[in-house]
Design a protein around this ligand. Sequence first.
Ligand SMILES: [Zn+2]
Length: 390
Amino acid sequence: MRRNMLTICTVLIISLIFGTTEGEALANKPTHYIGLHDRLLDFKDVRVIDNDMKIPLSEITQVLYIPVEKQQGVTYLRKKGIVISYDESTKLTSKDGVELSWSPIVDVDGTLYISAKYIARQTGFKVEYIQKMKTLRIFRDDYEHMSHADYEKHIKQLLDKKQPAKPSAKPPTKPEKPGAKSATTIYLTFDDGPNKFTTINNATLKKYNVHGTFFFLGKHMKNNEKIVKTVASDGHYIGTHSMTHDKDKVYKSTKSFIDEMNEGTKLINKMTGKDAKLIRVPYGSKPHVTPAMKKQLNQNNYKMWDWDVDSNDWKYTDKDADKVVKNVRDGVNKANKSGDRNIIVLLHDRSQTAKALPEIIEWLQKEGYTIKTYEPEHHIIQNFLSDITL
Ligand SMILES: [Zn+2]
């Protein structure tokens, strides 16, 4: 009896330490993650095979820029003068023509998986396993990155945000009175400026002692440098909303897309001297941002925000400013009720919005919400692509 218990306990402990086995890896949600420098890669299919984290070879080679070639049943990976090959007939891996005693590449139902640790180390990277988050972080010392401790906190936040709020979930660590809203943060965001309404909105924010986030258009920044500088020095975050806002130009190609973002960001950098890595793409990311565009955003270290609450402010005239207030109120109530603790509100630098803004802020403050500007060090994921790397 005692021996049986011992066996069961040992098995339990082993599975706790090593997480999933091959069989469990079929669940939709990844149980293990791969990081690259400060990012968390969105591999959906990270498997633990023989106590080793393995990922689809075709995906990791793209991320690490390793050319792959297949010839007569042999797959070749070539990087930095080394050649790694996998022979599908013998199921063995070789490095520079010499067979390895174990195979870091395995075939699972016709898809090749490769050991993340192995391929990283072979191509000049280091790896660190962040035990608590079940994340293998791939990094290089000569490439700037945050400390492992900060990275652990960072991905914890990313993954917490990613998990849908469960009604049965434990209450937040800070106990709060029923109905208290201080734990919910509202991010007021203003698109399409800078223009004269930006100045009014900025004055309103100042009056109520709160900060917003502005997504400026390059074409307007050029003629309104003074407004850009004032908004930045007043403590609001500024990100770009493209140069032209023209759907046909921005989304014409991957290149035109990333060029618009880079140019807009460069303008902000030049005018304010500040980081501007958070962007908002015109008309929202879905369905306009393609996988290739998304990849460019990753490679250029951008983060991208869509929104939780649409004020639909652009639809109204000044005399219907109260409808803008109502839309925000309804949207925020609904999002808060659903368990969203970081609510991003879409507004524009327009006349009707400038009229509605005082009432919006007064209502939010009366309800007890916290209003904040975007903080890069506490990035919140909110994009319609559901991409955790953005
Ligand atoms: Zn816009």
